[in-house]
Design a protein around this ligand. Sequence first.
Ligand code: NDP
Length: 295
Amino acid sequence: MRVLVGGGTGFVGTALTQLLRSRGHEVTHVSRQAGKDRISWDQLSQSGLPQCDAVVNLAGENVLNPFRRWGDAFCKEIIRSRVETTKTLAKAIADAEQPPHAWVVVTGVGYYRPSPTAEYTEDSPGGDFDFFSRLVSSGEAAALIPGSPARGAVVRSGVVLGQGGGAIAQMIWPFRLGLGGPIGSGLQPFPWIHIRDLAGIVCHALETEGLQGVFNGVSPSSPATSNGSFARELAAALGRPALLPMPAWAVRAVFGAERAVMLLEGQRVVPKRTLESGYSFMFPDLPAALKDIVA
Ligand code: NDP
């Protein structure tokens, strides 16, 4: 299968590209910069969809970039980088003479309202209570292509755990130095997924005829994981203590109050439809996932 991947140069895209190529698929990225096996968003808008059998969008400015001040300009960039890229791909698919068979977009579990107790499946309500939930709704709405023969699937991802990027890269050094610990109270749920499973779910959605709709991209044990238990397991995987909590005020000072919610609160999310669809997780449990990543 020929697969076009928007944002395929990034953290998740690199893992997905490796997996797809290992399964014999051809991968082309859509990027802000054209290059080898890569077209630019401008080229896509001007020349239309290249011949392909499936399309994925992973493009998005990193919301938790601590070097970007939280404010209107950054929020606009976050929206543009996800919603506009998804719209551009959806339009290219809608206009294609030979449309692809499958179209998959990765959004986030920020769709569901943070709660210490509620458990959410793909059918639970959400998507309209804060910036992040509306960001997910707008991204998912932008992906809709009425009447298209392309099968549409959305993967709502939790915090992606993998080597060399994402959350682990941001927090590994304090933990390696024995200075890590829970964020805030540590009681908030921590919805997580191993990067190979997120890539695996996207690949499963691309390859499995008939799959469409929303799939939660979190590990089956993630509803039982709190931020505190994650901190303990990460420290244990590194053979270090996890004693120093990061106070809520410090998180708010670095990220801004609105964005700090992503770290200080969380959702218990169940991958119900994902499991029912026949996907088998490689890393359902946190200790093995972390051992694989930090060992
Ligand atoms: P990355 O931060 O690695 O970014 C993915 C790609 O997006 C980049 O390689 C880049 O491609 C493109 N991009 C970045 N900024 C912009 C911008 N301002 N405008 C246009 N394109 C941009 O993301 P991940 O791989 O970590 O995540 C992939 C998707 O999964 C994202 O949409 C993210 O929101 C979602 N997700 C990720 C989670 C995580 O923990 N990582 C959690 C939940 C959801 P290029 O430079 O080639 O243009």
